[in-house]
Design a binder for this molecule. Structure first.
Ligand code: UDP
Ligand code: MG
Length: 148
């Protein structure tokens, strides 16, 4: 089963959106396989966003991510990477559809509340970085009520 890495950014934690965001993934039917609240070091944030290191917004992005605790999660389910990105919405909240997390709760691109892996390959890499201990090994007992 596919897994993705989802992170509620410091603004999402500060604004009290953790419960709302977890609820959206839970109610969809995805399974929570890892969860922790932590503040990361600058070098760790730079590693997470290393593919963006040449971008003009990289410095500000790293400052944003280290500015407070983040809620790091592993979510599991069929097509969870692509569907997770749809639940989150477009990168720029000005273009995120209403009903998406960023569409409903964000205004500026540099305060867009949440991160989600953009591919299965990135998900594997990000889960390895944030959860070196690996996912929690459990199976939801409602699995057959979600999948046919
Ligand atoms: N970002 C920004 N300015 C930009 C583009 C991106 O501040 O012009 C930030 C924004 O917080 C975004 C993050 O950098 O979520 C990572 O950018 P990416 O293109 O990977 O977007 P995402 O995958 O988060 O939608
Ligand atoms: Mg990205």
């Amino acid at each position: 089963m596919e897994q993705t890495f989802i992170m509620i950014k410091p603004d999402g934690v500060q604004r009290g959106l953790v419960g709302e965001i977890i609820g959206r993934f839970e109610k969809k039917g995805f399974t929570l396989k890892g969860l922790k609240l932590l503040t990361v070091e600058r070098s760790f944030a730079e590693k997470h966003y290393e593919d963006l290191s040449s971008k003009p917004f990289f410095g500000g992005l790293v400052e944003y991510i280290i500015s407070g605790p983040v809620c790091a999660m592993i979510w599991e389910g069929k097509k969870v990477v692509t569907t997770g990105r749809k639940i989150i919405g477009a990168t720029n909240p000005a273009e995120s559809a209403p009903g998406t997390i960023r569409g409903d709760y964000a205004i500026d691109i540099g305060r867009n509340v949440i991160h989600g892996s953009d591919s299965v390959e990135s998900a594997t890499k990000e889960i390895g970085l944030w959860f070196p201990e690996g996912p929690v090994n459990w199976q939801s007992s409602v699995h057959h009520w979600v999948y046919e």
